[in-house]
Design a protein around this ligand. Structure first.
Ligand code: AMP
Length: 209
């Protein structure tokens, strides 16, 4: 039986978003990226977006309670889900445990150097949300999304200083969740540097084993 309640862990830039899009399609799960939801809230100028923006621009985490409230409403009633970018702290993981059980936690490993290199070269499509990279699948100066022709942009937090801070925040606040989920027998580790297809195949193998 394929896993139906899945969490993706891993540093920013490891490929969580890219892989999540493929995995939810393959396994019929609902995709919930807390970063995407927050960016939409910021773009709409909602009360949550206004509270979150400063933290996001600095590469800091948005306070746990705001995130927990945002997630719990969105996974209530879902039979299968993939959480991408949540939980990011032990407090969030403990809150999640009260909302739902999990089948598997996949952590995608990537070194700090590779994270910095990838994020600085990342571009995202405003229209379809597709994620591209100047080092793998985009040419320098390309401004149109190869998938849908939409406008490509660079995320506000994909700048060198903020990228470094986000990695520090990951190591300090989120990396402890690797041990947390290992102790609960849920952890599955994947290398993030074996190509998009290679990572995808390994994740599917682990989730359907
Ligand atoms: P991401 O798109 O996952 O890289 O998230 C972008 C930013 O949104 C992060 O740097 C945080 O500021 C915020 N964020 C996303 N998910 C969470 C979370 N689970 N807890 C706290 N902040 C979050």
């Amino acid at each position: 039986m394929a896993a139906k309640r899945v969490v993706f862990l891993g540093p920013p830039g490891a490929g969580k978003g890219t892989q999540a899009k493929r995995v939810v399609e393959a396994l019929g799960l609902k995709h919930l990226s807390t970063g995407d939801v927050l960016r939409e809230e910021v773009a709409r100028g909602s009360a949550l977006g206004l509270k979150a923006k400063g933290f996001m621009d600095r590469g800091e985490l948005v306070p746990d309670q705001l995130i927990i409230d945002m997630v719990s409403g969105r996974i209530a009633g879902a039979t299968g889900f993939l959480l991408d970018g949540f939980p990011r702290t032990v407090g969030q993981a403990e809150a999640l445990e009260k909302i739902t059980a999990l089948d598997a936690v996949v952590t995608i490993d990537l070194s700090r150097d590779e994270v910095v290199r990838r994020l600085a070269a990342r571009r995202v499509c405003r229209a379809c949300g597709g994620i591209f990279n100047l080092t793998f699948n985009l040419n320098e100066g390309e401004t149109a999304c190869p998938a849908c022709g939409g406008e490509l942009y660079q995320r506000d937090d994909d700048t060198p200083a903020v990228i470094e801070n986000r990695y520090d925040v990951y190591e300090r606040s989120t990396a402890p969740l690797v041990a947390y989920y290992r102790e609960r027998g849920l952890l599955r580790r994947v290398r993030g540097d074996v190509g998009t297809d290679g990572v995808f195949e390994e994740i599917l193998r682990l989730l359907t084993a």
